[in-house]
Every structure is written in structure tokens, then in C-alpha cells.
Design a protein around this ligand. Sequence first.
Ligand code: 4AD
Ligand code: MG
Length: 480
Amino acid sequence: MEKTSIKHILSQGKISEDYEINAWVKSFRNNMFLAMNDGSCLNNLQCVLPTEKYNEEFIKTINIGCALNIQGTLKESQGKGQRVEVDIKTIKILGKADSEEVRKTILSPKKHSLEKLREQAHLRVRTNTFGAVMRLRSKLSFAVHQYFQTESFQYVTTPIITNSDAEGAGETFRVTNFDLKAIPKTDKNEVNFKQDFFGKPANLTVSGQLEAETYALGLGKVYTFGPTFRAENSNTTRHLSEFWMIEPEVAFCNLEGNMDLAEDFIKYVIDYVLEHCKEDLEFLEQRLIKEESTLPKQQRSEMSLIEKLEFVTSNNFKRVSYTEAIEILKRCKPNKKKKFNFIIEEWGADLQSEHERFLVEKHFKCPVILYDYPANIKAFYMRLNEDNKTVRAMDVLFPGIGEIVGGSQREERLEVLVDKMKTLKRDEKELWWYIDTRRFGTCEHSGFGLGFERLVQFVTGMSNIRDVIPYPRTPKNLDF
Ligand code: 4AD
Ligand code: MG
């Protein structure tokens, strides 16, 4: 008999047919009713043990967490809570789980906080919440590739070990094969990188953009989807030291085309999971309702999770220039009762997350694309506008998340780019290959980066970014 997934049995299983599954025990009631889950879907398959056929000793070895192989016949269930169940014909224990040991872990059948689950990140995927989040993460990844492949983009992989700091924020992780312990203490600050593995300083990439740009200038439309690393000391619910970024880059495309692409792409992937992951989304929606029920009414969401996702896919994002945004912020009076109380910045200052949240959640009440930022708060590669003050940058801001996308039209003019690098004291030798592309058939081009975990956060309603990636990397946290 061929093994079948529980998802298949629950959705397409035929009554009176025999099936074989490999799965883990989620609960075991009255020494008879096994709730089995194999990760293929949220719901468990109830399997009924003919108790009279097995001795007590054997039954005692079946515990929550055990891996079992079961063969049996599908029938309609008389019990509450499930439509069908399996009458067990044969049962094999593939992997035991000691009940005393299980009791000490998050596999024990009681409510555990998300913090507690984080401490056992190797087991948390077996909970309903993490099963649902990780299935959604997987489906979203698929949708990302599906969108770009359908739109004729080429998938390019960019290096993880690099010699550059694309964003110029000085937040790179150094890569070295030096045995720092072997170097006398006094010399540690003066390590000679000429002797290191690559013969020059190396670091983990903060963004694949610069390499993606060079590829767009040959393949036309490209995208990356890979890990990026940032040594920023931000202990927030939206920052990871290692996160996944999707970076499309398009030749012969201006800022407006870039905004159209970002909006269309985000709507597509959200629509995709609305269509294909209903069960997991409904479960996470209920989880959120329960979680928010302890909050005062004004702090609860006005829309349910699925309503929020549907709202995003069916409404235009509001496009607002940085200058207009500053005007709006200046006009609004701080209001303690409405829970926004911030200092209104002057033109030229970077927007803080409370400004972004005000614009998205209180003022426009929809996703917002802010564009044309002051040049001096943005990276060196952004296209300077004719006003010589602003650059063709854009950030997409989402309710509850803040910035989900950062992108721009790129500076395609050789002299302007080199001048800008000189002003910002960027090493032209380090990026000679990037500058070189402006010499050979340079053209208008644009792209953006979407933080994949922030997207997963938005879609799943999880409030902490640590709960949407299998093994989160954050400052002072490398336990797994
Ligand atoms: O705005 P950022 O820094 O832009 C870039 O890296 C550009 N080179 C992208 C491009 O144009 N190709 O980062 C892009 C997005 C942010 O909007 C955010 O969603 C996410 O990456 N991000 C993070 N996500 C989790 N943890 C962090 N520490 C993040 N930093 C940025
Ligand atoms: Mg940004």
C-alpha cells in the first residue's frame, strides 16, 4: 500500500478504502482515539485503536510525540469534531517519545507562550500555530517564484560572501578564516587582511542589489530571493540579523514602473495564499482574535486577518511624496487619546516608525508608497531628481508592519554616480565593476527589496518577526 498524506485523506479520501500513514501523535484519548498529524495540513486525522487487540504494555508505549506507521480503513466518524476517521488494522511505533520527557517540553498538551516556544525552536513546528505559519511561509515562497517566472523575470543568485557594503550603513558581518585565538591579544585590532583567506576584507551580503543591477543590464528583468545579513543592533519585533530578501531589478524602468511592480507583486502573492491556504489562515485569524481579546477594545484590530489581506489586494496603495507626507505630519496635532504623540520632523529628516504608522494606520488607513525622499538620507545609488535635493526612492509602508519594501530608480549617469560616491566617501575601487556598467549601454533601471519575513508577518498576523522564521538570528541569540 502506498503511504498517503493526511491532507489527501481528509480532502479526497474514499470511505471503506484502506490507507497507510506515517505521522506523529498529537493526542491520545481513552487509550483509543489517536489524533495524528503529519504536517501536510492543519487538521489531525483521528485513528481508532481496537484496544482489545493490544496489550496494556504496548498501549503504554504510545504517547504524544511518538512517530507511528498506521494502516487502516477510512470510515465516517460518529464522534464530534471530525467527518472521517481511520479504523486501525496495523500500527507500528517508528519513534518513541517518553511521556515524562514530553511533559517537560512544549509538546505537552497545554498552552505555551510564544516566548516559551522560541526556547524550543526545534520542536515548535509541531504546534498548530507554527505548522500554519511555516506552511504559509512555504506557499508564499512558491508564489514569489511563480509571480516573477510568469512575468518573464530571470532568477539570479547573488554572492553571500562579498567585498562590499551595498547600503553603506556599516552594518556588515565580517567573514574571516583567521583563528583569532591564535593571534596575540595586542594584535587583534590590527589584523592584516592581506593574509586572510580572500586576501582582502570580506563580509556577508547586506543586499544583492548591486550584483542584481549588473544582471538586469544584460538579462533585462531579474530577481533574487536569498538570505541577507545585517549587524544592526536593533532588538525590535521587525528586525532580524539574518533575513530573506526578494530583490527584483528591471532595465528600462523608472520609479513609477517600480511602484507598479511592487504593488502588483505584493497583491499577487497575498491573493495566492488567500486562494490556497484558507484553512491555515482561518486558524491564524482565530488565534489572533483570542490573543487580542485580552486587549482593551480600542487596541484591537478593526478588521479580521483575512479581511485585512482582502483589503490589501482589492484597494490601490496610496502614493505620496515625502514632501507631502511631511506636510501632513506637520498639520496633525499630537493626540494622546488617539495614541499618537510624536515630534513632527522638519523637511530633510528621516521618518521614524511612529510617523510611518501614523500615515498608514491613522491618516490614509491603507498601504502607502512614499517616494522622492531627500537625497542625504538615502543610499548612494539612487537616481537624483532634477531638483538636486531629492532622489527617486520609494518605501512601501504596511499597517502593523511599517516598511515592507525599500527601492528606487538607480543613478544611471556615470559622472553623477561617481560624484555622489566621492561625496559619501565610498571606495570607487571596491565597486569598480558596478561603476563600469554605467560605461557600457547604461540605461534607466529600477528595483526594490522586500523583506520576506515582514511579508510573512503581515500575512500570518504574527506580531514578532522571530516567530515567522524557523531559527531566528538576533543580537545575543544563537542558541540553535
Ligand atoms: O530598505 P532596505 O535596506 O533596502 C535595500 O537593501 C535595497 N538594496 C533593496 C533594493 O532596492 N534592492 O531593505 C529592504 C527591505 C526593507 O524594506 C525591509 O522589509 C527588509 O528589507 N529589512 C529587514 N527585514 C528584517 N530584518 C531587518 N533587519 C531588515 N532590514 C531590512
Ligand atoms: Mg529601507
